[in-house]
Write a protein that binds this ligand. Structure first.
Ligand SMILES: NC(=O)c1ccc[n+]([C@@H]2O[C@H](COP(=O)([O-])OP(=O)(O)OC[C@H]3O[C@@H](n4cnc5c(N)ncnc54)[C@H](OP(=O)(O)O)[C@@H]3O)[C@@H](O)[C@H]2O)c1
Length: 397
């Protein structure tokens, strides 16, 4: 039977890698829906190549642009417009698998809708779990959705844990597991002092030594805020307390992460740094399917290095652990402030080294508000908006 797949954020780096893997298995998968935000031309080409039934764009202007670029001839796919249409498409009954690959908190409603609909959710959008971990995991649990982590570290940990062919939601750490060890390349500035980074440009920050990714996650990797988001993500995915999650610098990005067991064993997952491997794993689970990724040649890799991250060199990693220990409001603030600060940096409005200062100020401010119950998605979105407003004021100073 052919499974129908919706790819949210199909025009991005993960979205394009997903379409690459799907195209290798026309006997197993067909595309139901695709979505874009600004790259309408890419969406048109993808919709033609995949014969997608539905495309989702953010505005009426984008829909007009899609129609214009599509031209006459082949019948138009069904065009849906706006963020509600995006969430509705993620949850509709026309697909069984949803790849959640929109960047940032904007990806939360779609990922949540897919989880509520009980689908197989391939979760690349880590910000959804950081901002709304408890809501998201509760939705997966109550609907019986299958949650497959796509972030390479969490995909590696999932592979190293006993899962018995099921992608359920753990409520406590797996028995015998002592610690999760996330690997981090250290990004392009691993060997430079934080104090020497004031003048780095967006192009330098986006030049990741091992992975090819979107611009926002590339900056997050340089500051290691990305690793901080992943620590929060690991906490939710594997029901692991913060003190049992650690980070180790591994510049070669060959070991994607590890699980340490009570008997002293450490199980690691290794492979090329290419997101098509975890995407293929998520699509095929529990089977293994071809991804197009070349085989790992350990003799050619030669050596694998590991070291402790220096929290003075990576203040965003320290802030992330603090936010996780502090609770959900702090995690929402961490993510929202970072999105605003990174956007300002990418538009040359904020120096690179000011990113953690903006996050820290927003964290302090948001921790001053009365504790609030987070029961529905609007609670998350309201706190997210408040944190964004304050971060925006800070970057506009
Ligand atoms: N890239 C990686 O290797 C990697 C690895 C692990 C996890 N992830 C995670 O996967 C997610 C996607 O990363 P990426 O690198 O693929 O990012 P990306 O290349 O920047 O792509 C982001 C996608 O989201 C869409 N988008 C952006 N803003 C949107 C909005 N407000 N509403 C709806 N759609 C929006 C973009 O549309 P347009 O392109 O049309 O503007 C694009 O399709 C992120 O959460 C990231 O942390 C990525």
């Amino acid at each position: 039977m052919v499974a129908r797949v919706t790819v949210l954020g199909s025009t991005g780096s993960i979205g394009q890698s997903t379409l690459d893997v799907l195209a290798r298995h026309p006997d197993k998968y067909a595309v139901h829906a695709l979505s874009a935000y600004s790259r309408i031309e890419v969406l048109v080409a993808q919709a033609r190549a995949t014969s997608a039934s539905v495309v989702v764009v953010p505005t009426d202007a984008a829909a007009r642009e899609f129609r214009r670029l599509w031209g006459a001839g082949a019948p138009l796919p069904e065009l849906r417009v706006g963020s509600q249409a995006l969430a509705d498409t993620a949850g509709d009954d026309q697909s069984q698998i949803v790849m959640a690959a929109i960047v940032g908190a904007a990806g939360l409603p779609g990922a949540l809708a897919a989880a509520r609909a009980g689908k197989r959710v391939l979760l690349a959008n880590k910000e959804a779990l950081v901002a709304a971990g408890s809501l998201f995991m509760a939705a997966v649990q109550s609907s019986g959705a299958e949650l497959l982590p796509i972030d390479s570290e969490h995909n590696a940990i999932f592979q190293c844990l006993p899962h018995h062919g099921r992608a359920g939601v753990p409520t406590e750490p797996s028995p015998g597991v002592r610690r999760l060890i996330l690997t981090a390349s250290g990004g392009p500035f691993r060997e430079r002092k934080w104090s020497d980074l004031a003048a780095v440009t967006p192009e330098q920050a986006c030049a990741h030594p091992n992975w090819s990714m979107g611009r926002k996650i590339s900056v997050d990797s340089a500051t290691m805020l990305n690793k901080g988001l992943e620590v929060v993500e690991a906490h939710w995915l594997f029901a692991m307390p913060p003190e049992r999650i650690s980070v180790v610098i591994h510049p070669q990005s060959v070991v994607h992460s590890m699980v340490e067991y009570d008997d002293g064993s450490v199980i690691a997952q290794l492979g090329q740094p290419d997101m098509r491997s975890p995407i293929a794993y998520g699509l095929g689970f529990p089977d293994r399917i071809a991804s197009g990724v070349g085989m790992l040649d350990l003799a050619a890799a030669g050596r694998l290095d590991f070291s402790e991250p220096d929290l003075a060199q990576f203040p965003c990693l320290r802030l992330s652990f603090e936010a996780l220990r502090s609770g959900q409001v702090a995690c929402i603030a961490l993510n929202a402030a970072n999105e605003i600060a990174v956007e300002a940096f990418l538009s040359n409005k904020l120096p690179y080294t000011h990113i953690p200062a903006v996050i820290e100020k927003v964290l302090v401010k948001m921790q001053g508000i009365q504790p609030v119950a987070i029961n529905v998605i609007d609670d998350v979105l309201n706190l997210d908006l408040e944190a964004r407003r304050y971060a925006q004021q800070l970057v506009s100073l």
